[in-house]
Design a protein around this ligand. Structure first.
Ligand SMILES: *Cc1c(COP(=O)(O)O)cnc(C)c1O
Length: 451
């Protein structure tokens, strides 16, 4: 009989994070300032603790996970690997479909994997407060959870439209003791300027990042925490891929293709980086990031130096970008709206190690509904991108009459995103391809650092 759930005992929780920088063929491009010179690691000391700064540039291949962080991770990890028998049957595909389910964390997504590590290192450095931003509320709730576990106050700047549309994510953050403020706010210069220009500004992730960074930089007791994009976040997420590799082995399978939803790249890094050594050793494995075609950062963006936030407060990173002033279309309900992408994911994509596909919004919800009706779990709208990607691979396997083993990350459940499903069922969502002229236009607003 074929297993449905492949579970690992707690004793198999990874002891180390895998640092992909150790194995990159060329070192990552340094973060730079507006004048193009590299930002020294110390410059980040105003907002990050020393251990995180070290992890950002470390070339050590295996980094030990501190025991208090493993203890926190044991609250929900190891996460299950599941075989999607029901979905396979519905698709009448010869493909085997496996998914790594990250929705079992208290916040309902993969994000607490990094939140608990970041909270731990900040507390060790004597920090008592953290600021952050959140869009859909996934990262804010994860950091609020981590703050409660490691005794830190957490202030969350929440993109105003989400603050209004997702009251229950807000309630979660408050339950864990987090303070939630709609962004743009009057707490920061960035927020006040944005409100002066447009009192009805709906907010954006880039703007909320600017507010959180501004506050953290201005207070000695306060640091900033980011839920994706940066190297240390992807590092912390490699527990996903390490566990999944072991679980696939137990299932007697090995993936031909691994898929993950891609916003800032932490799922992609988390599940895919641990497979890179096999690929480098000649194993035939495809690694595919799936993004929305309304925010097509990898598939249509520029590989260039750009800011990580809309106000230009962060260091400038070489990454795929749609321009730091990118505003996601209002019609888009599926998340994954960040303008840029992890520098590590960008570099590996540029070198052809990773692939990317962009999928239209309606097809992602269609995939999520089929998944819910065959597997039971209602996926987060972000996760639906990977579900779509996996279904497309399975349908291709059927057309070609070939077996194929597919692994994807189901990054979270959608229990707090039912309003997005309601809009889908009501026919209020549309496909929206990001216009080519907006992509060209974005080039003019890049900081102009030559590569
Ligand atoms: C944040 C989030 C994502 C996207 O973030 P990445 O850093 O690109 O992985 C995907 N799925 C869920 C459920 C999320 O909360």
């Amino acid at each position: 009989m074929q297993e449905t759930k492949i579970l690992l005992p707690e004793s198999e929780l990874p002891t180390h994070w895998y640092n992909v920088i150790a194995d990159l063929p060329t070192p990552p491009a340094p973060y730079v300032g507006p004048d193009g010179t590299p930002v020294p690691p110390e410059a980040m000391a105003a907002i990050f603790p020393p251990a995180i700064i070290e992890q950002e540039t470390s070339t050590q291949r295996w980094i030990p996970i501190p025991e208090p962080v493993r203890e926190a991770l044991r609250l929900w990890r190891p996460a299950p690997l599941m075989r999607a028998h029901g979905l396979e049957a519905a698709l009448q595909t010869p493909a085997k479909i496996f998914f790594k389910y990250e929705g079992v964390s208290p916040a309902g997504s993969h994000k607490p994997n990094s939140a608990v590590a970041q909270a731990y290192y900040n507390r060790e450095a004597g920090i008592t407060r953290l600021t952050t931003e959140t869009g859909a509320g996934q990262w804010g709730s994860s950091l609020a959870l981590a703050g409660s576990l490691f005794d830190l106050d957490v202030r969350i700047y929440m993109v105003r439209v989400s603050y209004e549309q997702k009251p229950h994510r807000r309630s979660m953050m408050q339950t864990w003791g987090g303070e939630v403020i709609p962004s743009p706010s009057t707490h920061t210069d960035t927020g006040r300027n944005a409100l002066a220009a447009d009192a009805d500004n709906p907010g954006s992730l880039g703007l909320a990042i600017s507010e959180a960074v501004e506050e953290a930089a201005g207070r000695a007791d306060t640091n900033y925490a980011l839920g994706s994009v940066l190297n240390h976040v992807l590092l912390h997420q490699t527990v996903i891929g390490q566990e999944a590799k072991r679980q696939m082995e137990i299932a007697g399978a090995y993936p031909d293709v691994v898929l993950a939803p891609c916003g800032g790249g932490s799922n992609v890094g988390g599940i895919m980086f641990p497979f890179l050594a096999d690929k480098a050793a000649g194993r035939d494995i495809r690694l595919v990031a799936v993004e929305p075609d309304s925010c097509p950062t990898l598939t249509r963006g520029h590989y260039a130096y750009d800011y990580g936030d809309s106000a230009g407060l962060t260091p400038i990173m070489k990454m795929y970008t749609l321009g730091h002033d990118f505003m996601p279309p209002g019609i888009h309900a599926g998340g994954l709206r960040y303008h840029g992408d992890s520098a590590l994911v960008s570099q590996l994509y540029d070198q052809g190690v990773l692939e990317a596909v962009a999928v239209p919004q309606l097809a992602t919800f269609e995939a999520g509904v089929l998944f819910a009706r065959t597997q039971g779990i209602i996926p987060a709208p972000e996760s639906n991108h990977a579900v779509r990607g996996a279904i497309d691979e399975a349908l291709r396997a059927r057309e070609e009459g070939r077996e194929r083993t597919i692994l994807f990350t189901l990054s979270g459940h959608g229990h707090f995103d039912m309003a997005a499903y309601d809009r889908y069922f009501a026919g209020e969502l549309e496909d929206y391809e990001y216009p080519a002229d907006a992509i060209t236009q974005a080039l003019h607003n890049l900081p102009g650092i030559s590569t």
